[in-house]
Write a protein that binds this ligand. Structure first.
Ligand code: FES
Length: 119
């Protein structure tokens, strides 16, 4: 998988999250509460607002538009059974943060995809 330079560790001395554009897609890089770095898409699964512009408490971001909450480490939406935010691979070389050019493949789901069709 190809990795692209996305940020520098020094960008996170006073901020926990930074939004970058990689190949035309907005990706958030977050320093989690465990001090590890993660990369995740930032377009809200409701109507696409940038969730990094909302409030962040711990690893949870609240969308600025209608308040949906997302776990920035796992991508899960906490108040809707919707598809997760896509996660990107991330590695650190020296002070440079590199992320994969494409999101990681989605994890296998055990449940019937039509189960929550009418939620
Ligand atoms: S756009 Fe995010 S909750 Fe509506």
């Amino acid at each position: 998988m190809d990795y692209i330079k996305a940020a520098n560790i020094n960008d996170f001395k006073s901020e926990r999250i930074k939004s970058v554009t990689i190949l035309g897609k907005r990706v958030g890089i977050i320093r989690g509460q465990d001090s590890e770095f993660y990369a995740i898409e930032v377009g809200c699964k409701h109507q696409g607002a940038d969730i990094t512009k909302g409030s962040i408490s711990g690893d949870i971001a609240t969308c600025p538009r209608h308040g949906w909450k997302f776990n920035l480490v796992t991508g899960e939406c906490l108040n809707r059974n919707t598809s997760k935010l896509k996660r990107y691979g991330l590695k650190i070389e020296g002070d440079v943060i590199l992320i994969t050019s494409m999101p990681l493949p989605e994890e296998e789901k055990d449940e019937d995809p039509l189960l929550h069709f009418f939620d």
